[in-house]
Write a protein that binds this ligand. Structure first.
Ligand SMILES: [Zn+2]
Length: 346
């Protein structure tokens, strides 16, 4: 090939390459063009490797011209690459355009479980009467859960409150919130006490519709000079009216608890039928709501109070039982299965 033809060849190469580039619309074709026109075996690159074959006089001119062509192609390639990038961005913006007229997705709001809602209702009512929430541990000692509450190791009441024991002797999951009575008394003695003791309790139970291995309790404890059974009844009557309505009747029935003397069960007039008799109250017109009594002298003494000088009352109830009665929940297991169909009803 005559040397002069190489210059013409370079001229033609530049024009045809640029013409080809002008027609390219997408990234894959662009990359193929780059390989063919600027890659190692591209015609313009071949000219560089052939430089030695040309005459000395024309060699600088050919080299310079080849360089110009290469630079022109590189510049055109960079420009085209930017054009394609912009075009593809515009296309994706168009395709993925956000339709702001569509309604948004509502976030799910959490809520308190029905037991917590009822517990808070109870806190509010007794809080108005001057009782404070006092929390004590779920993991207890045999002494505080039983013995100091007048339930010594041989006592038959222990059979009704079998619980879960840890591998450490004498350490167990509390079967009732009453150990909090001992803890509160030992913390506050010799000052008067008005506390609510809420929390989870545990029992070794065969689980069925009415029995669970865990449940809430909330207890009330008042210790002072001159507290009488009349104070107990008035406080619980007031609670019944604030919780279930101004006209609700109550009645006390004798009962037995190891840590109170005398002990009683308080029934509330059935809030479903108003005392006329229905399925919920089993036609009696009454609902068993809470256990109560005057704090046993032995318990007062164990708490650090002299029973000749001090007296007190205690009462306890279960938020799940209240929820079951109020909302006709017929299976206690619903409270712990975390089924949204149940939880969302409250
Ligand atoms: Zn009823």
């Amino acid at each position: 090939m005559a040397d002069i033809d190489v210059l013409a060849e370079l001229e033609g190469l530049q024009q045809s390459s640029l013409a080809e580039l002008a027609g390219i619309q997408d990234e894959p074709a662009l990359q193929a063009w780059r390989v063919a026109n600027l890659g190692r075996s591209a015609p313009v690159m071949q000219v560089f490797s052939r430089l030695g074959q040309f005459s000395k006089e024309l060699r600088p001119q050919i080299g310079q011209r080849a360089n110009q062509v290469k630079q022109a192609l590189e510049a055109a390639f960079a420009e085209k690459a930017e054009d394609i990038r912009q075009a593809e961005l515009a296309k994706s913006l168009q395709l993925e355009r956000l339709d702001i007229t569509l309604p948004g997705r509502r976030p799910e709001f959490g809520r308190y479980t029905v037991q917590t809602q009822i517990l808070r209702e109870i806190y509010r009512i007794f809080g108005d009467m001057g009782f404070q929430v006092y929390r004590s541990p779920d993991v207890e000692e045999d002494d505080t859960n039983f013995t100091l509450l007048n339930i010594p190791p041989h006592h038959p009441a222990r059979d009704m409150q079998d619980t879960f024991y840890t591998t450490q002797p004498g350490v167990l999951l509390r079967s009732q919130t009453s150990p909090g009575q001992i803890r509160a008394m030992r913390e506050y003695a010799p000052e008067p006490i008005r506390v609510m003791l809420p929390g989870m309790c545990y029992r070794y139970e065969q689980i069925d519709a009415r029995h669970e291995v865990q449940f809430y309790q909330v207890e009330l404890l008042a210790v002072d000079r001159g507290i009488t059974f009349g104070n107990l009844k008035a406080t619980l009557d007031d609670f019944a009216r604030r919780m279930f309505g101004a006209r609700v009747q109550t009645r006390l029935r004798p009962s037995y608890f190891p840590f109170t003397e005398p002990s009683a069960e308080m029934d509330f007039e059935c809030f479903v039928c108003g005392g006329k008799g229905c399925v919920v109250c089993k036609n009696s017109g009454w609902l068993e709501i809470l256990g109560c009594g005057m704090v046993h002298p032995v318990v007062l003494q164990n708490g650090g109070y002299d029973p000749r000088e001090w007296s007190g009352f205690a009462a306890g109830m279960g938020p799940e039982r209240l929820a079951m009665l109020r909302y006709r929940v017929n299976d206690i297991r619903n409270f712990w299965t975390n089924d949204l169909r149940f939880l969302e009803q409250f």
